[in-house]
Design a protein around this ligand. Structure first.
Ligand SMILES: Cc1ncc(COP(=O)(O)O)c(C=O)c1O
Length: 418
């Protein structure tokens, strides 16, 4: 007898589908908006110039002539694609150079380059962990971390975002579970832009004998004197076991890496399915990432990082002064504040966030909208982010437009959270 259940049924009845339909009909869909130019401070989108406050091109290197040349040289030399896995016919000297330079940058024994950052997380967590192990993850961790945890079939013990008391509880339970224990956190959380309190997390992991992995996707190329990320910022690099990163943000390309001890990296090299059973990153992507990394590690790197963080501070203060509820930078014990390139504006209600996005878009400012599950339920936010290449005039213009949009929006829909 044939099955009565059509697996396609959910594609017609899922609540997201209804939301998508309504958003499309009202032209309120904040996603999949086509870009007609490079991801610079001002972009061309759907026939208009718009201020780009929704890109992860933090250092503005996607348009840097040296990075473009790096991609071009790799393309000329190796052609358009690898057509195979790193494992078989997809490793070129650029992959190896990049791995060596990332390991140096991270101060780790070795690094392994994956085709995307998502695969780096899935391919690391899904391989190192197994049934019988316990993985403890912050509820704000990136989806690719969760995917890797689920794939591994380890016991997942999530703890509420940033709650170290709950992390400690999970660690105690994790030890009782009886297997190996790994804690995995984002160094900088991708939506709220806040920084994980790594010194305390390191201590808790040590006290319970747990390994620690930090996702540096939004921190590498932004934080720390060498721009090596949140572990460097806090001076805990030597006490964090594994560090993951992506090339799709500051490194101006596409791809990802995991950095750590030689034995673990070698194990992943021959065991990680997300590494072995997919095509290697295309030469142009590797050439661009390598060129970007060399700029970040040159004398120019610190100035670029200072610029993006300065811009973030400026936008954060400006939006705060306009009365928006902006997530504030973390206060460090030395009295300074640790800002990141991400400046989130909390809205709360999903539809209000979408309508505010549309009003800003119409005012030629492009930002990202983060809705559940990217953020907690009723925690919708406009995720703005800056680049080192934004100038003050552009940020001032964006702030003017935010002010005008807020006035009109609140007159019609009531006050936004402060
Ligand atoms: C925190 C975090 N980790 C991992 C990833 C995945 O990286 P990629 O874009 O290279 O797949 C992202 C990308 O959005 C991210 O924000």
């Amino acid at each position: 007898m044939p099955t009565a259940i059509d697996v396609f049924e959910k594609a017609r009845t899922h609540e997201r589908i209804e939301q998508l339909r309504v958003a499309r009909e009202a032209d309120l869909l904040p996603y999949f908006r086509p870009l007609n130019s490079a991801a610079g401070p001002v972009v061309e989108m759907e026939g208009a110039e718009r201020i780009m406050l929704g890109s992860n091109n933090y250092l503005g290197l996607t348009g840097d002539p040296r990075v473009i040349q790096g991609a071009r040289d790799a393309l000329e030399r190796y052609g358009t694609g690898m057509t195979g896995s790193r494992f078989l016919n997809g490793t070129i000297d650029l992959h190896l150079d990049l791995e060596r330079e990332i390991a140096e940058w991270m101060g780790s024994e070795e690094a392994l380059v994956f085709t995307t950052g998502h695969q780096a997380n899935v391919g690391t967590l899904g391989t190192l962990l197994g049934p019988g192990d316990t993985v403890i993850a912050d509820s704000g961790d990136h989806a690719s971390i969760l995917d890797g945890c689920l794939l591994s079939r380890a016991k997942l013990r999530p703890f509420r975002h940033g709650r170290l008391d709950l992390l400690e509880k999970a660690l105690r339970r994790g030890v009782e579970d009886g297997g190996g224990v790994l804690v995995v956190v984002d160094g900088v959380f991708s939506m709220e832009g806040d920084i994980a309190p790594l010194p305390q997390i390191v201590e808790l992991c040590r006290a319970h004998g747990a390994r620690l992995m930090v996702d540096e996707a939004h921190a590498a190329g932004v934080l720390g004197a060498r721009a090596a990320g949140s572990c460097e910022l806090f001076g805990v690099e030597d006490r964090v076991d594994l560090r993951m990163g992506t090339f799709s943000k500051s490194l101006a390309s596409c791809g990802g890496f995991i950095a750590g001890p030689h034995d673990v990296i070698d194990f992943l090299r021959v065991q990680s399915r997300a590494f072995m059973f997919t095509a290697a990153a295309v030469p142009a992507a590797v050439g661009a990432a390598l060129a970007a990394l060399r700029i970040i590690r040159s004398d120019e790197g610190p100035a670029l990082c200072a610029k993006v963080l300065d811009n973030a501070r400026y936008l954060n203060r400006g939006l705060h002064e306009l009365g928006f509820h902006v997530v504030q930078p973390l206060e460090l014990p030395d009295g300074t504040s640790a800002v990141t390139a991400i400046v989130p504006v909390v809205v709360g209600d999903d539809w209000k966030a979408v309508m505010l996005w549309r009003a800003l878009y119409d005012a030629s400012v492009y930002v990202n909208v983060a809705l559940h599950p990217a953020v907690p339920p009723a925690g919708a936010l406009l995720r703005t982010s800056v680049m080192a290449t934004h100038d003050r005039a552009t940020l001032d213009l964006a702030l003017e437009r935010f002010a005008a949009v807020k006035r009109a929006f609140e007159a019609e829909h009531g006050p936004l959270p402060q």
